[in-house]
Design a protein around this ligand. Structure first.
Ligand SMILES: [Zn+2]
Length: 303
């Protein structure tokens, strides 16, 4: 039986919130079988929000959740790390409305979960297996999932910027063959410096800096240390997609393909999948067969 997973012990991290610019404490706590990923706001009376598509309420710059007035912002990089390591059950305590941005990638969260250790639990792990193509469109942009014997993401972005064009705007990653930890986890978020400066004048993105993002100037990047991957931009967008897809509540078996997608289109795609019961099935597996090899092997790798 392929089992559900949690972490072995409680672990903590502290980092700046991208919206507020204030320090946020994050604690990951082991959770029982069938618990799911649940956020708990310690600064708001311990109110909880289940990490699921049904609670998504923010999709513009990042993915955020809300339940009965309690918000959790910028969940996608943590969700991406939890998805990659196959963590089904964990309680995420925060003392603010946002997950700390750390270095703008998911690598610090991978490191945190690996330092806690991963525990298999005595219940079968559920996968969402795509049975039929589901597609959503918005103008030129589109996103779809189709049946695939594994987990694969193919994405094309289209940024009018010299550095992004040079680095390659299209990438396909088949996670049965390529390691999320090695190929994706270190890719940082990015944005135009002029946009960040404009947002900061409006008291937004107060935590954004070259410590947690690639800052695009008119024809270069501001970060003195350069890029972590030659195609870091499209890789980060794939990191975001892995995180957004995990808001289905289970790891996905299928092929995601997209063109100029973002959190909004990803959210629409999840709603479309979940509203078409024939498009997917929830399955468990007796043994580690090829569709799920990604979840069985990658989690023990080093970044
Ligand atoms: Zn991101």
């Amino acid at each position: 039986m392929v089992k559900q997973r949690t972490i072995k012990k409680t672990v903590r991290a502290r980092g700046v919130g991208i919206h507020s610019g204030k320090m946020v404490n994050l604690t990951l706590i082991p959770a029982d079988v069938n618990h799911g990923v649940v956020f708990k706001r310690m600064d708001a009376g311990g109110k909880q929000v289940y990490a699921h598509s049904a609670f998504v309420n923010e999709v513009v710059l990042s993915t955020g959740l809300e339940n009965k007035g309690v918000k959790i912002s910028t969940v996608e990089h943590l969700m991406s790390a939890l998805s990659a390591l196959g963590i089904d059950n964990v309680l995420v305590e925060l003392d603010s409305f946002e997950v700390p941005i750390m270095d703008g990638s998911s690598a610090p969260f991978i490191f945190l979960v690996q330092s806690a250790g991963i525990e298999e639990q005595p219940e079968p792990k559920r996968f969402i297996v795509i049975k039929d193509t589901v597609r959503v469109e918005n103008g030129q942009s589109w996103a779809q999932v189709e049946p695939h014997d594994g987990f694969k993401v193919t994405l094309e972005i289209d940024f009018e910027h010299k550095k992004v064009k040079e680095s390659g705007q299209k990438l396909s990653i088949d996670f049965a063959e390529q390691s999320y930890l090695k190929e994706i986890s270190r890719a940082r978020t990015f944005g135009y410096l002029k946009d960040v400066e404009m947002m900061q004048k409006q008291n937004l993105a107060l935590g954004a800096s070259v410590d947690n993002a690639i800052a695009l100037t008119d024809d270069d990047i501001l970060n003195e240390d350069g890029m972590r991957y030659h195609n870091e931009f499209v890789k980060h967008k794939i990191l975001d997609i892995v995180g957004d897809l995990f808001l289905l509540g289970s790891n996905l078996i299928g092929h995601y393909e997209g063109y100029k997608t973002g959190h909004m289109l990803n959210d629409q795609l999840l709603s479309a999948i979940l509203s078409q019961p024939g498009a997917y099935s929830v399955e468990t597996f007796d043994e580690l067969s090829s569709p799920i090899s990604y979840y069985s092997e990658d989690w023990q790798n080093d970044i």
